[in-house]
Design a protein around this ligand. Structure first.
Ligand code: EPZ
Length: 439
């Protein structure tokens, strides 16, 4: 095909209207960011609530799309849900078994927590595979191993699982590697099985501690909280509970990095310092201007004068979920930094987009090598996952000129009202509809 014809087709190739985030960068940000409830905590509490015979009330549940998808699944199984002012009331007295093959199961990875809930309650589950951000392959072998150690029989055929729980029994699980999700599923199933189950090498993220608190307040008997070995005396009578979801530590970290880039005594609250200890240690090394007063972080823009080397690792190490915003934060600096992403082998989609803005970053195996530059320049960039999209919003706030960030749906999965919160601290940001070529 001749060049003219090709280019003509290219020029006239109609795009589609898309909601995007338009940012005019460089503004100093001040005021208060109110942190919402933890996405990664509530997505385990909501399925686990079905273990209770009584009413379960959970406060501080953020209105994000992951929550709405889980509510959709609950309602399709006869559960009565009331959701007002970020409080969820769950009445599972009319819960009925449904195959976990509804489309919502494919919308988020945490839908797999229903596997353990239903396996314990109904002793049988037919389920399809799950969704989640594209961060490289995201196996569930550790989940299946845990279920088998507790007596489940599992058949997998073309992306569908049949879990047979006829012979569920207490057991001993030793995880070969730390997995938040597999730990959650193992705890939920073991809590429903009479007898003593031991789980070793559990993940120790705050969300695990909170799940244990939640289940124990419902009547579960779980020992070893805060250590890497749990002993669960399962089969207890589980009653109703009123519980509060913790603040989202990854949202805190995201806004803290925004504050360290552009803040002018920006206030972020509530903050639980021990949930972001590894970030605070990094800020101390970089001489970032911040302080913590009670549950509030006050942070101001601080130029980065040196490079750092950071390894992402399971809690209490530096969280992989802050790797992408940190990449952006370190892209403007006097020095070269390296982030070693040890958790996911493909959590790098944001790097190409940042380089489009003038960053100087390359990837070598699991290492992100960031050669600091003086400025980023606004352009059109695309978020490909939740935290990657957030890292591009930060880049737009830091950049000269106007940035268009695609991937608003990803942002809405995990950040409550991010654009409203940014406007409140004087960011020049808005959601606009644009005609853009299919990605
Ligand atoms: C949770 O995902 C979080 N999601 C992730 O946050 C977070 O990045 C991750 O933990 C690590 O902290 C929720 O809590 C809903 P893992 P999860 O099992 O449970 C491998 C976000 O942005 N693995 O701890 O899926 C896995 O591939 C999301 O909020 C196996 O090999 O993570 C990864 O390399 C993204 N086999 C490592 O373990 C398994 O069966 C850690 O995964 C399970 C996991």
């Amino acid at each position: 095909m001749s060049f003219f014809l090709t280019s003509f087709i290219h020029l006239t190739k109609r795009g589609t209207m898309e909601e995007v985030i338009k940012i005019k960068g460089g503004k100093k940000l001040s005021g208060v960011v109110n942190i919402s409830g933890s996405k990664n905590n509530c997505v385990s509490l909501i399925p686990a609530a079905l273990l209770s015979k009584g009413l379960v009330v959970i406060h501080n549940i953020p209105p994000i799309s992951d929550v709405y998808r889980l509510v959709d699944i609950l309602e399709k199984c006869g559960v009565c849900i009331t959701y007002t002012d970020n409080t969820l009331i769950i009445d599972s007295s009319n819960l009925v078994y449904k195959d976990l093959t509804m489309p919502e199961m494919g919308k988020l990875r945490a839908s797999y927590y229903f596997y353990s809930v239903f396996l314990g309650l109904f002793k049988y589950v037919k389920a399809n595979t799950i969704g989640g951000c594209r961060l490289g392959d995201r196996p569930i072998d550790l989940h299946l191993y845990a279920f088998k150690q507790l007596g489940a029989n599992i058949i997998e055929e073309d992306g569908t699982y049949i879990f047979d729980g006829t012979n569920l029994k207490q057991g001993h699980i030793i995880f070969e590697k730390s997995s938040v999700g597999a730990t959650v599923n193992a705890i939920i199933l073991a809590t429903q099985i009479k007898g003593k189950t031991i789980i070793e090498n559990v993940a120790m993220e705050p969300e695990i501690t909170e799940l244990i608190n939640f289940l124990c307040e419902m009547g579960a008997k779980i020992k070893g909280k805060g250590t890497n070995t749990l002993i669960i005396y399962g089969g207890q009578e589980m009653h109703g509970v009123e519980f509060s979801n913790i603040p989202d530590r990854i949202e805190v970290g995201t806004y803290a990095l925004i504050g360290a880039s552009l803040g002018n005594n920006l206030k972020i609250k509530p903050v639980i310092p021990e949930h972001i200890q590894s970030l605070l240690e990094l800020f101390n090394v970089l001489n970032i201007n911040y302080q913590i007063k009670n549950d509030t972080m006050i942070i101001s823009a601080s130029p980065i004068k040196q490079g750092v080397v950071i390894l992402t690792s399971p809690f209490p190490g530096f969280p992989t979920d802050l790797q992408q915003p940190l990449t952006t934060f370190l892209s403007i600096s006097n020095g070269t930094s390296v982030i070693i992403e040890s958790i996911y082998h493909n959590r790098f989609a944001h790097v190409k987009e940042l380089n489009k803005m003038g960053a100087n970053i390359n990837i070598n195996n699991m290492n992100i090598i960031i050669h600091g530059v003086d400025t980023l320049n606004g352009t059109i960039v695309s978020g490909k996952d939740l935290r990657g999209a957030a890292s591009l919003v930060l880049a737009g706030l830091m950049a000269k000129g106007e940035t268009i960030v695609r991937g608003l749906d990803y942002i809405n999965r995990g950040y409550e009202n991010m654009i409203v919160k940014l406007k409140k601290i004087h960011a020049n940001v808005e959601i606009v509809s644009m005609e853009l070529e299919e990605q």
